[in-house]
Design a protein around this ligand. Structure first.
Ligand code: FAD
Ligand code: NAD
Length: 466
């Protein structure tokens, strides 16, 4: 049930393992059935397409002169940018149709509802009538999540948007407010800020990216400030109303009530699991107090033969986590002893610089009483970063003081999303900081910063004072 990165990957893996598979999905993109769920239609992919386009624009406007490149009259055609994003989404979502055909996955468009006896009833969206019933030995629920809405800032055509609306503006708003400075707020805030909006992010917490390493969070906050992103912490939304073609926002911070006006407002305060309307009480499926389907480490629900994966279950709402759970479940149904390593899920924020981390932070180790050695390397000391003109950030490695095993890696840098994969591989292999220190890295690369941070764990970094 569901063809997002959880469901479509699970369907393909089940088919590869010789099962007869049907995948039911109800997503409509501009009125047409479209596979890939949130991630491909309104999430990971369209946001990265716009991040790429806006980065190119900002680079050509701000950085080209420093490279001795003179370009005059650089301008933005928002409609063309959005059309490119839509083309990429279409190619990728249609690609999944192709993969389903190749793997002989039967695709059923419609709303799925599970009844006892492992029956999935499919209806047309909004219709109470079952159009088709499918019986299955096993059912994987991968129905994903949707945006959390705020009564204090109701979605209002042309003025107040959720993340999906913010991927489809037809012009650059002069002023843009964003409620929530999490992954979506920072990424979409970056897109529109690079294109010329004055962006203000109102964040309820007192820290930016509280799950990231504190040093990394401080470093990236400085970069955001230099870019002109105005991030206001401790800011609790009180109201947002549309008056005279502006969104009037009232919020409360440590100094009291504040007022600010925007041309558009985006609400990006998290997502909630789509567990409503999937099954009735008679199924006996356990749901927790936050409406996630309750599962164990193997994504088994309280009902034998029924599994749930991805955003609809506990853990970070990330596409790669959903996909890995899909593969694990498919393989376990086929009798294989697969498992997901929940300790090593990489997190990435695709701003500039990017922020990426995996494993434990220094703070988490200290709080848990785990003795740790720390190695840090400032990106500014990397020759490649200087050549690129991307010198903000650092790489930080946390290793166990006694065993030297790498416990966490935290990166703030251009291409941190790629650098972090090296850390995940090393940690999956149980590497020590010394293992990385003994490894040869090509010069000049950003990856050398990972090497230097590993050397720094034992005060042996070459290009920085230890
Ligand atoms: P979904 O992708 O939500 O898919 C669920 C599918 O199930 C949908 O197609 C839905 O229509 C269908 N469905 C639901 N109920 C039914 C039903 N009853 N019957 C039939 N079909 C049903 N994650 C990352 O890892 N990296 C990123 O860069 C990233 N960027 C993001 C940017 C944005 C703007 C957003 C909103 C999210 C982003 N995410 C990102 C999160 C990522 O999109 C989700 O974690 C991921 O899509 C979850 O996958 P899923 O398969 O669990 O659910
Ligand atoms: P989020 O949980 O990352 O951030 C929401 C932010 O809003 C939090 O910092 C929270 O403190 C703040 N907030 C909540 N209520 C508020 C209020 N009333 N006023 C002000 N601030 C408030 O959620 P998101 O950014 O909406 O993203 C949703 C999900 O999608 C996340 O789970 C994320 O993992 C996923 N996602 C991932 C990526 C990525 O991997 N790069 C990108 C986008 C989205």
């Amino acid at each position: 049930m569901g063809a997002g990165p959880g469901g479509y990957v699970a369907a393909i893996r089940c088919a590869q393992l010789g099962m007869s598979v049907a995948c039911v999905d109800e997503w409509l993109n501009r009125g047409e059935p479209s596979l890939g769920g949130t991630c491909l239609n309104v999430g990971c992919i369209p946001s990265k397409a716009l991040l790429e386009s806006s980065h190119l624009y900002a680079t050509s406007s701000n950085d080209f002169p420093d490279h001795g490149i003179n370009v005059k009259g650089v301008s933005v055609d928002v409609k063309a940018m959005i059309a490119r994003k839509d083309r990429i989404v279409k190619e990728l979502t249609q690609g999944i149709n192709g993969l389903f055909k190749t793997n002989k996955v039967k695709l059923v468009h419609g709303h799925a509802y599970v009844s006892p006896g492992k029956v999935v009833n499919v209806s047309d969206r909004g219709s109470p009538h079952t159009r088709e019933s499918l019986e299955a030995g096993n059912i994987i629920i991968a129905a994903g999540s949707s945006t959390v809405r705020l009564d204090r800032a109701p979605i209002t055509d042309g003025y107040i948007f959720d993340s999906t609306g913010a991927l489809d503006f037809d012009s650059v708003p002069k002023t843009l407010g964003i409620i929530g400075a999490g992954a979506i707020g920072l990424e979409l805030g970056s897109v529109w800020s690079r294109l010329g909006s004055e962006v203000v992010l109102l964040e309820a917490l007192d820290t930016l990216l509280p799950s990231a390493d504190k040093q990394v969070s401080r470093a990236v906050s400085r970069s955001y400030k230099q870019q002109g992103l105005d991030i206001r912490l401790n800011a609790r939304l009180l109201s947002a109303t549309v008056k005279q073609k502006k969104v009037h926002v009232t919020y409360e911070d440590t100094r009291g009530a504040q007022q600010v006006k925007f041309d558009k407002l985006v609400v990006a305060v998290g997502r909630k699991p789509n567990s409503d309307g999937l099954f009735g009480d008679e199924l006996g499926l356990e749901i927790d107090e936050r409406e996630y389907i309750h599962v164990n480490n193997y994504c088994e629900t309280s009902v034998p033969g029924l599994y749930a994966i991805g955003d609809i279950v506990r853990g970070p709402m990330l596409a790669h986590k959903a996909s890995e759970e899909g593969i694990m479940v498919a393989e376990r149904i086929a009798g294989q002893p697969s498992a997901v390593n929940y300790d090593l899920i990489p997190n990435v924020i695709y701003t500039h610089p990017e922020v990426a981390w995996v494993g434990k932070s220094e703070y988490a180790c200290n709080s848990a009483g785990i003795p740790a050695n720390i190695g840090t390397f400032p990106i500014a000391a990397s020759g490649r970063a200087r050549a690129m003109g991307a010198t903000d950030g650092l790489v930080k490695i946390v290793a166990h003081q006694e065993t030297d095993r790498i416990l966490g890696v935290h990166v703030c840098s251009a291409q941190a999303s790629e650098l972090i994969a090296q850390a995940v591989i090393a940690m999956e292999m149980g590497a020590s900081a010394e293992d990385l220190a003994l490894t040869m890295f090509a010069h000049p690369t950003l990856s050398e910063s990972v090497h230097e941070a590993a050397l720094a764990v034992h005060n042996r970094a070459i290009h920085v004072k230890n």
